[in-house]
Design a protein around this ligand. Structure first.
Ligand code: NAD
Length: 253
């Protein structure tokens, strides 16, 4: 029997990049996936059709606000007939260097990034936990970033949002363990996706790749592997863990 056979899995931002790889990895192992996407319905549908197995759905929801987070979770539960695993993967990065932007741009970057990367996942966790607490528990995995530890000088709101996501996940790991809900975090370094494409194809691309002794950045599938581990049977005692997937480019103590 496949490892995630019949498990109902919600993945935010799953129409492309890391989220799509996570959705594929669950589907390959028997999971039934709700692809939550913000706006690109064609790309979400394409991702759904490429998944192994049947029963996968696409749900449109902007998870950066409470209504969208509620919609993502409730519509997924209705469409899948339950919810066992939630992956908060959706995220944005914006450049807002403090020595370059005016205050309006600074303020709007902070609001957008914190809403999407921290408050949105908090709300998704809230609605998912209400369901899981009544239905025998579940797993939540949040996708953070190396930037939470290493700093993001050109995108300080991004680093702060991911540090907040780590802290929130660890608090919820404690709060939800008595309810049989286990919460983990995966913190990638650079990953070969559209989000990082501009930098990876710029003059600094080689410098970025050489941050790792492997001389490359991560593939989305490598991030998916860590997510699957945290969501797997037997990994419950890893609740509260933050798994680095950064090719030893940044070693924290
Ligand atoms: P991506 O930009 O390719 O994909 C992100 C997806 O999230 C997109 O489909 C986007 O539409 C969706 N999304 C964004 N805001 C949303 C919202 N409000 N509601 C619903 N969906 C929304 O990025 P990616 O590289 O696949 O990144 C996935 C996650 O991994 C993000 O949380 C990101 O911060 C994190 N991460 C990425 C890298 C990297 O180098 N690519 C490194 C570390 C961490």
């Amino acid at each position: 029997m496949s490892e995630f056979s019949g498990k109902k899995v919600l993945v935010t931002g799953a129409s492309r990049g890391i989220g799509r790889a996570i959705a594929s990895a669950f589907a390959d192992r028997g999971g039934v996936v709700s692809i939550v996407y913000r706006s690109n319905s064609a790309s979400a549908e394409q991702a759904r059709l490429a998944l192994a197995g049947d029963g996968h759905v696409c749900i449109q929801a902007d998870v950066s606000n409470g209504d969208g987070a509620r919609r993502a979770v409730e519509h997924s539960i209705d469409a899948l007939g339950g919810l066992d695993i939630v992956v908060n993967n959706a995220g944005i990065f914006t450049t807002h260097s403090i020595d370059e932007v005016d205050f309006d741009d600074w303020q709007s970057a902070w609001c957008a990034v914190i809403d999407t990367n921290l408050i949105g996942p908090a709300h998704v966790c809230y609605f998912a936990a209400q369901h899981m607490m009544k239905h025998g528990g579940g797993k939540i995995v949040n996708v953070s970033s190396r930037g939470a530890f290493r700093g993001e000088p050109d995108g300080p709101a991004y680093g702060a949002s991911k540090a907040g996501l780590n802290s929130m996940s660890q608090s919820l790991a404690v709060a939800l363990a008595p309810h049989g809900i286990f919460v983990g975090v995966v913190a990638p370094g650079f990953v070969d996706t559209d989000m990082a494409a501009e930098l990876l194809h710029s003059d600094t691309g080689d410098e970025i790749r050489n941050q790792s002794p492997l001389g490359r950045v991560a593939r989305p599938e490598e991030v998916a592997s860590a997510v699957l581990f945290l969501a797997s049977e037997g990994a419950e005692f890893a609740t509260g863990a933050i798994i680095d997937v950064n090719g030893a480019s940044y070693l924290r103590s």
